[in-house]
Ligand binder design. Structure first.
Ligand code: ADP
Ligand code: MG
Length: 326
């Protein structure tokens, strides 16, 4: 690697806000600087690992604001940890840059640090290369051995629930493609939708809470609930019956779209990074309506034994196409 790149890493990525998030003893035995990082894994814990790549022009538009990019790139990885009920541990960053702009790097690094501090996750290494703008993050988390929420653990009779509201980030897409960001949007509802797109909240605390409460299967909704729920059905070899009208929709989405378009966006739009989980009915009855002030729980249906079949509450098979008329 060139000397310039070494300095770049030192200045923008080996900063303590990223490498040593406050408030917790360092879980990292050796971080940035050597050929490898070294991690101590406490006994009785499993290391959960996940990777996501964001490519300019594919996963985010050209000239996207760098602070938001840094934030979002880490958020989508943390969301995968949340879906298994993991506690964030550490992450690595693969960065491919077309050129080196100090302003861009400073702002990108601030966006990463903002979320890294919030969830106390340490940057422990990475790789820096030249080419079309691409951001790859691999995140690691800890889960008590054998306790992860797996897509394959849903049981017939379990209730199917989601956190938060769905469709907001997808509702922001027309504005995102026009280059709008929350700071520039004049309409308050569009601003709220844009915030959900650029600054998704990984449901980390909620994921761990649900794991302890006995949720069986879970995933984070990145491609729309109708599509993502099918992943659980397939992995668990079960079916589901849901009432699409129960899917939680935010006031901002309702005020920005006609009811039919808002419902379709909530059912098929991705990028919100809320959790969908299944939980035995008796345990579901013990859950409060909200996990915290910012995260309500909504039950939208139940798991059935009819392998692979997704039906509405009147028993009709649901295909994504069947809902385009809403
Ligand atoms: P090597 O040549 O051994 O692959 P590098 O020269 O690429 O090592 O990186 C030197 C150190 O800087 C390593 O510890 C690596 O993990 C770290 N590093 C490189 N790029 C990044 C980055 N984008 N973010 C964080 N750490 C990085
Ligand atoms: Mg390298």
């Amino acid at each position: 690697m060139a000397v310039g790149e070494f300095e770049l890493i030192q200045k923008y990525f080996a900063r303590s806000e990223l490498t040593a998030p406050e408030g917790k003893a360092s879980p990292v035995a050796l971080g940035i600087g050597d050929d490898c990082a070294l991690l101590d894994i406490p006994s009785g814990m499993q290391l959960a690992q996940s990777m996501d790549t964001l490519v300019e022009g594919v996963h985010f538009p050209k000239n996207a604001p760098p602070f938001a990019l840094g934030y979002r790139a880490l958020a989508v990885n943390l969301s995968d940890l949340a879906a298994m009920g993991a506690e964030p541990h550490s992450f690595t960053l693969g960065l491919t840059l077309p050129d080196v702009s100090p302003e861009w790097l400073a702002s990108f690094s601030d966006g990463l640090a903002c979320l890294a501090k919030q969830f106390k996750i340490a940057l422990i290494g990475g790789d820096t290369t030249r080419g079309p703008l691409t951001i790859t993050i691999q995140a690691q988390g800890l889960i008590p051995t054998g306790k992860a929420m797996l897509r394959s653990r849903a049981q017939p009779g379990d209730l199917i629930c989601v956190t938060g509201t769905l469709g907001d980030a997808a509702g922001a897409l027309p504005a995102v493609l026009k280059g709008e960001c929350p700071e520039s949007a004049s309409n308050i509802h569009v601003r709220q939708l844009l915030n959900r797109y650029w600054y998704p909240t990984p449901r980390i605390l909620e994921g761990q809470w649900l794991r302890r409460k006995g949720a069986t299967a879970a995933l984070d909704i990145s491609d729309g609930i109708l599509g993502d729920l099918r992943h659980i059905l397939k992995a668990s070899d079960v079916g589901a019956e849901i009432d699409p009208s129960l899917v939680p929709i935010s006031p901002a989405l309702k005020r920005t779209f006609h009811p039919a378009a808002a419902l379709k966006t909530a059912l098929t739009g991705g990028d919100d990074y809320e959790l969908c989980f299944t939980i035995p009915r008796d345990l579901a009855m013990t859950l409060p309506p909200e996990i915290n002030d910012d995260c309500k729980i909504t039950c939208i249906g139940q798991v059935t034994s009819e392998s692979g079949a997704l039906r509405d509450s009147r028993g009709r098979l649901i295909t994504a196409k069947a809902y385009t008329h809403f």
